[in-house]
Design a binder for this molecule. Structure first.
Ligand code: PMT
Length: 219
């Protein structure tokens, strides 16, 4: 029992990057590998949760009988997929690096090289985490913040704006943190803006730390 604290509970996790089409052969993306989200999915599953892992384009393997993986490409697909499940979910963890903007009119054919400069007009994508944060009856909500400067200030603002129960801050300025690495260095921020700092460690261990803090707050 105590080893499976999430038995019978459902946890939704977003992970990986999103790809936003410019034309049939090009996209706007980012460097997320999906490793952090995959580690969280494995950790929640190993503690008994049924996990719905909504993954952007990633080669990371997530093999566990309690993990149901749904592969998506774009922010809009990720949004739609999250909202098709969210009503029955107990925990939601948003570790995906979602593109904030997408090309407003992706070209139907490959864009030819002609002019010296080329502009692509972008339009805002829906904010998936914020949309769940504003729901009346919402799951226990864990968000991420990837910052490059004024980390704490930006993360506090995100936690408030997106209404998270826990926010996981990581910074590109820390060696061994962020995109693609096998390690991460995080600071957790709770509802009362208390912070907890953790050392740099493998993402599998970081996932354990995050899940332990969830357990402390809900079980
Ligand atoms: O995948 P890895 O290579 O292992 O790297 C892990 C990671 C660096 C991607 C991860 O640790 C991380 O920080 N994920 C969040 C990245 C991010 O885009 O952060 P953000 O500060 O831009 O977004 C804030 C929060 O809102 C995040 O929880 C994000 O998932 C969510 N969001 C953002 C925009 C959007 N349109 N919808 C969202 O849900």
């Amino acid at each position: 029992e105590s080893q499976l604290p999430f038995k019978g509970k459902i946890c939704l996790i977003t992970a990986g990057p999103t790809y936003e089409a410019i034309d049939p052969v090009r996209f706007i993306g980012n460097h997320s590998s999906g490793k952090m989200g995959a580690a969280l999915a494995m950790e929640m599953a190993s503690k008994g949760a049924q996990v719905i892992l909504i993954m952007g384009p990633s080669h990371v393997v997530t093999d566990h009988h309690l993990i149901q993986r749904v592969d998506v490409k774009t922010a809009q697909q990720m949004y739609d997929c999250v909202h098709s499940h969210i009503e029955r979910v107990d925990y939601a963890i948003f570790s995906a690096a979602v593109a904030d903007y997408r090309p407003i009119n992706p070209a139907s054919q490959k864009i030819k090289k002609k002019t010296d400069t080329l502009s692509i007009e972008l339009v805002k994508n829906p904010d998936i985490l914020a949309s769940v944060g504003s729901m009346n009856k919402r799951p226990f909500l864990v968000g991420f913040a990837l910052e490059t400067e004024n980390e704490l200030e930006h993360a506090f603002a995100k936690a408030k704006k997106k209404n998270t129960d826990l926010l996981v801050l990581n910074s590109t300025r820390d060696k061994g943190a962020g995109f693609g690495k096998d390690t991460n260095k995080i600071t957790l921020i709770d509802r009362d803006q208390n912070t907890i700092d953790f050392d740099t460690k493998p993402k599998t261990e970081v996932a354990k730390d995050i899940v332990d803090e969830i357990i402390k707050r809900v079980l």
